[in-house]
Design a protein around this ligand. Sequence first.
Ligand code: MTE
Length: 335
Amino acid sequence: MENPKQYSNLCAYRANRPSWALSENDATPEAAFFNRRELLKGLGIGAGLVAGITGSLYGASEAIAAEDPSAGLYPVKRNEAFKLERDITPEKINAAYNNFYEFGSHKQIAAAAQSLKIRPWEVTIDGLVEKPMTIGIDDLLAKMPLEERLYRHRCVEAWSMTVPWSGFSLSKLVALAKPTSGAKYVRFETFSDPDVATGQKQTWYPWPYVEAITIEEATNDLAFMVTGAYGKPLAKQFGSPLRLALPWKYGFKSIKSIVKISFTDKRPKSFWEQLNANEYGFWANVNPEVSHPRWSQANETILHTREKVPTLLFNGYGEQVASLYENIEGQQLYR
Ligand code: MTE
């Protein structure tokens, strides 16, 4: 088995195969998506079937959403403070192009993700808090003021979307937990169940998926706990029943299917940082002027229009978040 630590990356890594050894047919995942013929070849099927597959995955996610006990809570009222000039990415496209390594290191994980059992689902809040707790997702939903926000989503791989997320401000969960004065970071952890999420059988990855941000970032109004999308409970491939959205950071910070939220005084090491700290650091704020070591971040391709547009500093959210980083020196803030 080759050691993925030598070359692991979000963009083009394939199990057992370094990114630089991809065949022409694989190209990169986004090239596979953007080039219909390559997508067909990659799937090994004819053109007529593709619409059907995308359609049925979408249909599956709709059916699951209807079964979800929280379905009656949606749609929720849109918060007009979080609107965008870009069109919303059609749900059909978003729901068939996902990063969720627990279900495979490619974009077509939607079908596999349907095996994730999302009830009962408990979230543990622990560490440096006055109110440690383990709470069922439906009880948590009942405590939180739900709203819809339109957010940009910029993957480190240089593609982007616009998503109507539903959920609640992370600051509300922080207030519920009541961190003590020593708490400096918030660490998030995804479920662990290799029988269901067979990607977790790939022992070279440091499972479970972990991400972390500072307390100041967690209490910034933009940090959003996502429980729904497109006016429905969250589809499993989006990280149901609870994920994070940090729209000013690269998408890998927006951890999916969270089971544990811990408050700590030590900076946690994230999943990708453990694999390749030079390429995926702690801060990972979007900046078009700071390239990934292997590709430029100057532009991004909008997933549903294939339009290439300039990337914005902090993904366009500088007004809300730039002040968080004013006094931080000597650290890699943009990778
Ligand atoms: N969370 C977990 N648990 N596992 C993952 O593989 N991928 C990340 C992030 N959260 C990932 C995850 C990456 S790289 C991105 S770009 C976004 O989820 C993708 O979210 P989307 O599939 O909803 O677009």
